[in-house]
Design a protein around this ligand. Structure first.
Ligand SMILES: Nc1ncnc2c1ncn2[C@@H]1O[C@H](COP(=O)(O)OP(=O)(O)OP(=O)(O)O)[C@@H](O)[C@H]1O
Ligand SMILES: [Mg+2]
Length: 410
């Protein structure tokens, strides 16, 4: 099999599924998806590894399938990091620029970003990203690229993303035990944004909502940067569980019903629409009106968006989400969900599907693939950056800096 070279691989280890996507870089600049592998995820709880063996097995299976489809041997991968151990907060760094120096250079930017790192990190906690939001040179605010400017004092506002060292290390160990090398670790929210948000939305202010299996990730973007992240402890599984209880049917059956008929608003239903349900411990099948499913799912959807709204208000970002909400993740596939969001927020809402890729788009243009596609798009922008700085001295300096930046900044 061919070696990896021009291919970029993303591994999304979610709570319900593990997904490996292979992207091929096109000479003219595009990215084609040429391989996909999926496996059931059985070793995670709420985005965190609780069984190494089961997770390794799933990663290996998804990787084998993706290799077979793409006809390449996968070695280096980008992996998504998520879970309720992730914390995000804003921080500020300040440095002086020497009077002898004319212009602010990359070394100064690196120093000021270092200065924004919080001093005492709690034990078992590490920084995943330091994402600059805006710079200030002397009294001039809102600067996105201070390099080359003249000033005596450089400040940066940055969003710091931290996570539990143990949780991150366990994920990296699984990747390594599956025979892969970690090329980069990327916050899942960051990957999702790469996959589904437009630059305009990120500029105007948008709430990105990723409804996964166990949890929902919220991230607020404004002026092109990430300002706030939070995890809401409600996900697709809660909807399934409500169906199982409400219809007295086992969980696997409830999950199938949700995927096939799941709807949160009555006006999508055809009159007198019914579906089949089998009871717990019996082979008897009963016919149930779809309206009953809406009665079960709608309150849960309303609760989810109310919790998200409360979090946005609490964090002080209600006034900034001018572009509204973009909802993604497998849990966003319930019919009518974006309308519930619109009603709660009185702002536009849309379902976010991955865009900006070629190849097997029919398969991956589902919101369930946002993270995996975002990972390869992230990898692609890193590769662009690497090609741009071929001088090794510059490259070494930049490769330190690029850990801190949204890649498109560089
Ligand atoms: N067609 C569908 N209709 C409704 N819900 C769906 C559909 N397809 C998938 N889901 C739900 O989406 C959820 C899984 O979403 P996703 O694949 O984004 O999660 P994950 O990445 O595995 O988990 P997490 O991000 O929480 O770690 C499950 O609860 C599943 O039931
Ligand atoms: Mg996910």
């Amino acid at each position: 099999m061919a070696k990896q070279d021009k291919y970029i691989v993303g591994v999304d280890v979610g709570t319900s599924k593990i997904c490996v996507v292979v992207g091929e870089q096109k000479p003219e600049g595009g990215l084609d998806v040429i391989g996909i592998g999926n496996a059931e995820s059985q070793g995670l709880r709420k985005g965190v590894v609780v069984s190494l063996d089961k997770t390794v097995e799933g990663i290996r299976k998804a990787t084998d399938d993706a290799e077979l489809m793409a006809g390449i041997e996968i070695s280096r991968v980008y992996v998504g990091i998520s879970g309720n151990h992730i914390r995000g907060f804003n921080s500020r760094g300040v440095i002086g620029i020497s009077a002898k120096q004319n212009e602010i250079n990359r070394e100064d930017i690196k120093r000021v970003i270092e200065a924004a790192r919080p001093a005492g990190m709690p034990a078992d906690s590490e920084i995943i990203h330091v994402l600059p939001q805006e710079f200030r040179v002397d009294d001039h605010e809102g600067i996105l690229e201070p390099s080359g400017m003249t000033g005596r004092r450089l400040e940066v506002n940055a969003h710091i993303v931290t996570g539990s060292t143990t949780a991150i290390q366990n994920m990296l160990t699984c990747i390594q035990r599956a025979g892969l090398t970690v090329e980069g670790k990327v916050l899942v929210q960051k990957a999702n944004a790469e996959a589904v948000l437009s630059r305009d939305e990120m500029e105007m202010g948008v709430a990105l909502i990723d409804i996964g299996a166990g949890t929902t990730n919220l991230s607020i973007f404004e002026r092109g940067s990430l300002w706030h992240t939070a995890v809401i402890p409600v996900g697709g599984f809660n909807f399934t569980n409500d169906i199982a209880i409400g219809l007295r049917t086992p969980i696997p059956g409830a999950e199938k019903i949700k995927k096939k008929y799941g709807c949160v608003l009555s006006h999508y239903l055809e009159e007198d629409a019914v579906f089949e349900v089998s009871g717990v411990g019996t082979s008897k099948v009963k016919m149930v009106p779809q309206q009953l499913l809406v009665n079960i799912l709608q309150p849960r959807a309303e609760e989810l968006f109310r919790l998200i709204h409360e979090e946005i208000k609490r964090a002080g970002y209600e006034g900034v989400i001018n572009a509204g909400m973009v909802i993604t993740g497998g849990g966003s596939l319930l019919t009518g969900l974006s309308e519930i969001a619109q009603l709660e927020f009185d702002l536009p809402a849309r379902i976010g599907k991955p865009t900006g890729i070629g190849g097997l788009v029919d398969v991956v243009s589902s919101p369930a693939y946002s993270t995996a596609i975002g990972l390869i798009k992230f990898g692609r922008s890193e590769a662009d950056y690497d090609t741009a700085s071929t001088n090794t001295g510059v490259r070494r300096l930049f490769s330190r800096i690029k850990d801190f930046f949204f890649t498109d900044y560089i």
